[in-house]
Design a protein around this ligand. Structure first.
Ligand SMILES: [Fe+2]
Length: 199
């Protein structure tokens, strides 16, 4: 009997090309990318443990508990860093996404207002915008830590990191709101549109 799955799941650390940003320093991005690399490494470690039956069952079962956290830490950061690549670009007003946002909230400005409000939720986690295929609707939601609160079947479109490591060095804890403002100044909406069209 095989004790190991033949092809153990392995995730690759992605590389990102992030230029100069308003407010968010290169140093913060550099440190942040190291944290991202840690999630990829630990997700791979989880898979090495759970997919090898030579490991004690207790160890494997406990490793499963880490899977959502490590996977979320990897994938959430990929959405975040990708949305900061290529420099700021506005959302095309003729795009399906823009129309969907306006249909939902009444105006693009209103959407920004409610999303920024979501982002200042107390505690660490992620402010997310997603698309629910079943209802053909956009939905915003909060994810605690990296994994608690993801909505089944909802594809992320925007992931805004609200862990303190993403802003405290540049903004201090009291500068959280400015960090959120600057994220939307820096965001490349063509990446967000791509996420939406690939949903
Ligand atoms: Fe982060």
């Amino acid at each position: 009997m095989f004790k190991k799955i033949i092809n153990i799941m392995k995730f690759e650390e992605k590389k990102f090309s992030i230029g100069e940003l308003k407010g968010i320093s290169a140093r913060t991005i550099e440190e942040h990318l190291k944290l991202y690399a840690g999630y990829v490494k630990h997700l791979n470690l989880v898979h090495e443990i759970v997919e090898n039956q030579d490991n004690p069952e207790y160890v494997r079962r406990e490793a499963y508990r880490r899977q959502g956290f490590e996977f979320g830490g990897m994938r959430n950061h990929e959405f975040y860093f990708e949305s900061l690549e290529g420099g700021p670009q506005p959302l095309n007003e003729n795009s399906v996404l823009y129309k969907k946002i306006v249909e939902w909230t009444g105006s693009f400005e209103k959407f920004l207002e409610i999303f920024k409000n979501l982002a200042t939720t107390r505690g660490i986690g992620w402010a997310m915008l997603g698309y629910d295929k079943r209802t053909d609707k956009l939905i915003q939601y909060w994810v605690d830590e990296q994994h608690i609160g993801h909505l089944t079947g909802v594809t992320p479109i925007i992931a805004l990191d609200m862990w303190e490591h993403s802003y405290v060095a540049d903004y201090q804890p009291s500068g959280k709101k400015q960090y959120v403002e600057d994220f939307f100044t820096n965001i490349n909406w063509s990446k967000v549109e791509r996420n939406f069209s690939e949903k």
